[in-house]
Design a protein around this ligand. Structure first.
Ligand code: AMP
Length: 271
């Protein structure tokens, strides 16, 4: 992978990478299109990174379709799909971790300790392996995007980070590989996530700035989905993820819920 990237760079090509865990949906494909527009050669990485899963999480049952993913990526004009073996990524003496502790602490960090260290470490490795000029990430994983932007600044990676908007189903549910876990009833209730966020954003657009009022507006809607247990529903500063009492600067309203065995996240920008 490194020598391919090196050769491409030597011949003057601009490289884009889109890191993924595969089981591609239209959200991933939108990021590939963004990468395609911004570079001469497009690399997709497909790696279900074990170090970002907790001990009781869904690593072993994470959905996979490598053959289908490669076909979808090729159809969009991806030049390389890089699918490393976990044993090659993490040898027996692997001992280095990249941590972005402040941004990793709230939100998903509360129930997924170690998750963002796993993410930052694998993304740092993938950047060194694919040597991109530009890397594309989805706003669906807003905290992940924040952590990666911080890592790139702090560690002086010469990589431009580009973000793509959340791609949704027609009923508003954010596309996610994990949506495949939902049974029909759970799938129906999952629509209340975005309904709640949208309601709060409408109240915000109506002039309300008080964070608690906005959060309550979303919570009232999500409460109509009895199978959904809220893990967090918070308004945080869009740049440093600090808690916000009153939305006077760009902020995100971020939610994580559990529906049955499935954990779903979503967010909207309040700007
Ligand atoms: P994953 O395969 O879940 O690790 O996601 C790979 C990339 O796709 C990440 O940058 C995600 O933020 C992004 N992504 C996932 N779902 C969506 C979506 N619905 N819309 C846009 N980007 C997404």
């Amino acid at each position: 992978m490194q020598s391919w990237a090196d050769n491409a760079r030597r011949s003057g090509k601009r490289l884009a990478v889109v890191p993924t865990m595969g089981f591609l949906h239209d959200g991933h494909l939108s990021l590939l299109r963004l990468g395609r527009e911004r570079a001469d050669s497009l690399i997709m990485t497909l790696f279900v990174n074990p170090t970002q899963f907790g001990p009781n999480e869904d690593l072993s049952r994470y959905p996979r379709d490598e053959v289908g993913d490669i076909a979808k990526a090729a159809a969009i004009g991806t030049d390389i799909v890089f699918c490393p073996d976990p044993k090659d990524m993490y040898g027996p003496r692997h001992d280095t971790t990249v941590m972005v502790p402040t941004l990793s602490k709230p939100l998903c960090g509360v129930t997924r300790p170690g998750h963002f260290a796993g993410v930052a470490t694998v993304v740092a490795k993938l950047f060194h392996l694919t040597w991109p000029h530009v890397a594309v990430f989805g706003e669906k994983d807003y905290q992940q995007l924040s952590v990666i932007r911080r890592m790139v600044r702090d560690l002086n990676f010469a990589v431009e980070i580009v973000s793509g908007p959340i791609v949704r189903e027609s009923d508003g549910l954010a596309l996610s590989s994990r949506n495949a876990y939902l049974n029909p009833e759970e799938r129906q209730q999952a629509t209340y996530l975005y309904r709640g966020l949208r309601e709060a954003r409408n109240v915000f657009k109506g002039g309300t700035r008080d964070a608690k009022t906005l959060v309550d507006a979303a919570a009232d809607v999500i409460a109509a989905a009895p199978m959904a247990t809220i893990e967090y529903l918070e308004i945080r500063d869009a740049s440093d993820l600090s808690l916000v009492q009153s939305v006077t600067r760009p902020a995100i309203l971020a939610v994580a819920v559990r529906i049955g065995q499935t954990r779903l996240i979503d967010n909207v920008l309040l700007d």
